[in-house]
Design a protein around this ligand. Structure first.
Ligand code: ADP
Ligand code: MG
Length: 614
C-alpha cells in the first residue's frame, strides 16, 4: 500500500505537465481499457438507453421553439390555441422525462452488471494468487483487499455510469442545443460557444487534481480498513496487554491521514462546480452584451432571443452533467485502478498446459536437491534437501523451531516452488501435476488451525458443495478425530454455528475439528503440522489412536510431534537451519548421540516423555 501511495506522488506542480500529457483530457485513460471487456456484453442495455436519449432529446429539440411561440400566443390572447400549445408542450415534457428516466435506469443496470462482473472476476483472480502474495511478499494487506472488493468496486458502477452518460446523452444534448442556437443566431452562438473550450480545459486540470486526491483518499481508507481488520481480529491480545490506549493512538494517526485526504478532496469537489457556474455567468454576461448589440442592429427579435436563452438553459444542463460526470470519473478512476492492481504481477505458481491429473496415488514422495527461500535468493530457508519417502511410510520431521519444517510442507502442497531442485510424487515432478489434483492428494492439518464462521458440518466438509456433502463420512471423520463426542454436546450438534472463526471452542477442540477435516478429505499423503500440540494427555491419546488409523495406507509426515508419535515413526528426519542433519529411527538416532539425542535427553530431563519434545 505504501509503495502504491508513493507511485501516485509523482510531480504534480505547474501547468506544464498537463500540456505535455494532453491525455489527461481523456477521462478513464487508465481504467477504460481494463473495464472495456466487461462493457461489451452490456451493449444491448446501453443501446436501449441511448435510444431513449435520442427520443427525449428529440422532444427537447421540439420543445425549445415552443416557449417563444407560447409567449407570442399569450400576447395575442387566443385561448384555444393557447390550451392546445400548452397540452402539446406538456406532452413533449412528459416524453423528455420518461425517456430520460429510462435512459438512466437502463444505464444504471448496465453499470451495476459491470460492477457485479468485475467483482466476481477480481475475486477469482485474488483467490488464485500465489501464497507469497498473501504472506507479505508484495501483496496488499487483507483488510485493504477486502476494502477494494467492497467499497471501491462500488465506484466502478458510478464511474461506468458517468462514462456512458457523458459519452452519448450529455454530448447529444449539447450538440442538439448548440445546433438550435446556431440556427437561431450564428454570431451569438459563436460568442457563447467560444467560452466552452476554456471551460473544458479548466475542468480537465481540476479533474486531474481530483483524481490524485481521490487516490490518496482511497489509499487512506484502505489503510484504515486493513488496520481495523488486524486489530479487531487480535482483540484478545489488545485487551490482555491493556493496549486500548495505544491502539487508539494508532487509529487516530491513520484516521487523521484519511481526514486530511478527504477534506482536500471535498474542497476540490465543491470548487469544480463553482468554476463551472462562474464560467456560465461570464457566458451570460457576454451573451446579453452581444445579444443587445445584435438586436439593436435588427438582426434578431425578442422571440428569437427567448428561444436562444431557452436553448442555453438546456445547453447548460448537459454541461453541468458533464462536470458532475467528470467528477465521478476522476474519483472512480483510481478505484478501478486499485481494483485491477489486485491482478497485477500475477502468479508464478501456475498449472502447466497439459498438466496431469493423478488417478491412483500410492504416495511416494521425493525431495531432490531442493533449495528454497521466500525471497527466491539466499539465505536459504531450505538448502540441499534430499528426502526419499516410500508410499505408506510414516516419517517424523523434527528439529528446532524455525528450521523449515512448515516450509517443507508448503513446498509439498506447491504453495511455493523450490528455487532449485525438484519434488516428486509417485515419480511425477509436482510441477507437472494439476494444482487441484495435487492438493486433493496432499492433506494438511496446519500448525495454525483455521476454522470458518459457519456450522461444524461445513467446517469438516470444508470446500465441499452442500449437495455433495456426505454426512455419514463427516460423522465418521469426527469420530476418528475424537471430536464426535464434544460436537454432539454442542447446542445443535453438527449444525451448531461456530463463533467468529471458531473462537467459542477450546484449542484442543479446534485441533480435533481440523484433524476431522483432513480425515474427511481422505488424501494419500497427510501432513500433520504440530497437530496434537494443543491436546491434553487424555485426548491426545485418543487422537493418537485415531491417527494410527489414519496413517494406514498413506504416507504421513508428522512434524515435531509428541514423543510417542515421533518414536513410532518409521523414520525420523532431523531438520535444522533448513538442512537435513540427521536421519534414522528413534533408537538409531539416540545411539548416534547427535542433535536428536540431545533434544530428547533434555526434554526427558525437564518434562517427562509425554510433553512436547521440541
Ligand atoms: P518451522 O516450521 O520448522 O518452525 P518454518 O518453516 O515455519 O519453520 O520457517 C522457516 C524459516 O522461514 C523461518 O526462519 C521463518 O522466519 C521463515 N519464514 C516462514 N514463513 C515465511 C514467510 N512467509 N516469508 C518469509 N519468511 C518466512
Ligand atoms: Mg512450523
Amino acid at each position: 500500500v505504501f509503495e502504491s501511495n508513493l507511485r501516485y506522488e509523482e510531480n504534480t506542480h505547474g501547468v506544464l505537465p498537463y500540456f505535455q500529457k494532453w491525455t489527461y483530457l481523456m477521462p478513464l485513460r487508465n481504467s477504460l481499457p481494463k473495464v472495456a471487456p466487461f462493457l461489451y456484453p452490456q451493449w444491448s442495455l446501453v443501446l436501449r438507453a441511448w435510444i431513449c436519449t435520442v427520443i427525449s432529446i428529440g422532444a427537447l429539440f421540439l420543445l425549445v421553439p415552443q416557449v417563444a411561440e407560447l409567449s407570442g400566443l399569450l400576447a395575442d390572447g387566443d385561448l384555444s390555441a393557447l390550451v392546445k400549445k400548452a397540452l402539446y408542450m406538456t406532452l413533449l415534457i412528459a416524453v423528455k422525462s420518461v425517456g430520460q428516466f429510462w435512459q438512466q435506469a437502463l444505464l444504471w443496470e448496465a453499470a451495476l452488471n459491470i460492477t457485479y462482473d468485475v467483482r466476481g472476476y477480481i475475486f477469482e483472480k485474488v483467490l488464485n494468487r500465489d501464497m507469497a502474495y498473501f504472506e507479505g511478499q508484495g501483496g496488499a494487506p487483507i483488510g485493504d483487499i477486502a476494502y477494494r472488493l467492497t467499497a471501491e468496486a462500488e465506484h466502478t458502477g458510478d464511474t461506468v455510469y458517468a462514462f456512458l452518460h457523458m459519452l452519448v446523452p450529455c454530448a447529444f444534448q449539447l450538440a442538439a442545443m448548440a445546433g438550435r442556437m446556431l440556427l437561431l443566431s450564428p454570431i451569438l452562438s459563436v460568442a457563447t460557444i467560444l467560452v466552452l473550450p476554456f471551460m473544458s480545459f479548466t475542468i480537465a486540470i481540476l479533474g486531474e487534481k481530483l483524481r490524485r486526491l481521490s487516490r490518496k483518499g482511497q489509499d487512506s481508507v484502505a489503510n484504515l480498513s486493513a488496520y481495523l481488520n488486524e486489530v479487531l481480529l487480535s482483540i484478545f491480545v489488545v485487551k490482555a496487554y491493556v493496549a486500548e490506549g495505544y491502539e487508539q493512538m494508532r487509529f487516530k494517526k491513520l484516521a487523521f491521514v484519511d481526514y486530511r485526504a478527504h477534506l482536500l478532496k471535498k474542497k476540490m469537489k465543491a470548487f469544480i462546480p463553482e468554476v463551472i457556474t462562474a464560467v456560465y455567468a461570464a457566458t451570460a454576461v457576454v451573451l446579453f452584451g452581444v445579444g443587445t448589440w445584435v438586436i439593436s442592429k435588427g438582426g434578431f427579435n425578442a422571440s428569437g432571443m427567448i428561444s436562444f436563452v431557452t436553448s442555453l438553459v438546456f445547453l447548460i444542463e448537459p454541461i453541468q452533467a458533464i462536470g458532475k460526470a467528470y467528477n465521478d470519473l476522476k474519483q472512480g478512476e483510481p478505484a478501478i485502478e486499485r481494483l485491477f492492481e489486485l491482478t497485477a504481477n500475477y502468479s508464478k505458481i501456475v498449472e502447466k498446459a497439459g498438466a496431469i491429473t493423478l488417478a491412483k496415488v500410492s504416495g511416494d514422495v521425493k525431495f531432490s536437491n531442493v533449495f528454497f527461500a521466500y525471497g527466491d535468493c539466499p539465505p536459504w530457508v531450505l538448502s540441499n534437501l534430499h528426502l526419499d519417502v516410500r508410499a505408506g511410510e510414516t516419517v517424523a520431521l523434527v528439529g528446532p523451531s524455525g528450521g523449515g519444517k512448515t516450509t517443507l510442507a508448503k513446498l509439498l502442497l506447491r504453495l511455493y516452488d523450490p528455487v532449485h531442485g525438484q519434488i516428486y510424487i509417485d515419480g511425477h515432478d509436482i510441477r507437472e501435476i494439476g494444482l487441484k489434483s495435487l492438493r486433493r492428494e496432499v492433506g494438511i492439518v496446519p500448525q495454525d488451525i483455521v476454522l470458518f464462521t459457519g456450522t461444524v458440518l461445513e467446517n469438516i466438509a470444508y470446500g465441499v458443495l452442500p449437495d455433495q456433502m456426505d454426512f455419514k463420512a463427516v460423522e465418521q471423520a469426527a469420530g476418528l478425530a475424537n471430536a464426535d463426542e464434544f460436537i454432539r454436546k454442542l447446542p445443535s450438534g453438527y449444525h451448531s454455528n461456530l463463533g467468529g472463526r471458531g473462537s467459542n471452542l477450546s484449542g484442543g477442540q479446534r485441533q480435533r475439528l481440523a484433524i476431522a477435516r483432513a480425515i474427511y478429505q481422505n488424501p494419500s499423503i497427510l501432513i500433520l503440522d504440530e497437530a496434537t500440540s494443543a491436546l491434553d494427555n487424555n485426548s491426545e491419546k485418543l487422537v493418537r489412536e485415531a491417527l494410527d488409523q489414519l496413517m494406514r495406507n498413506r504416507t504421513v509426515f508428522v512434524i515435531a510431534h509428541r514423543l510417542e508419535t515421533v518414536q513410532r515413526a518409521d523414520r525420523i528426519f532431523v531438520i535444522n537451519g533448513g538442512r537435513l542433519v540427521e536421519e534414522g529411527t528413534h533408537s538409531s538416532l539416540l545411539a548416534e548421540g547427535g542433535l536428536y539425542s540431545s533434544l530428547y535427553t533434555y526434554k526427558a530431563e525437564i518434562g517427562g516423555l509425554s510433553s512436547h519434545p521440541f
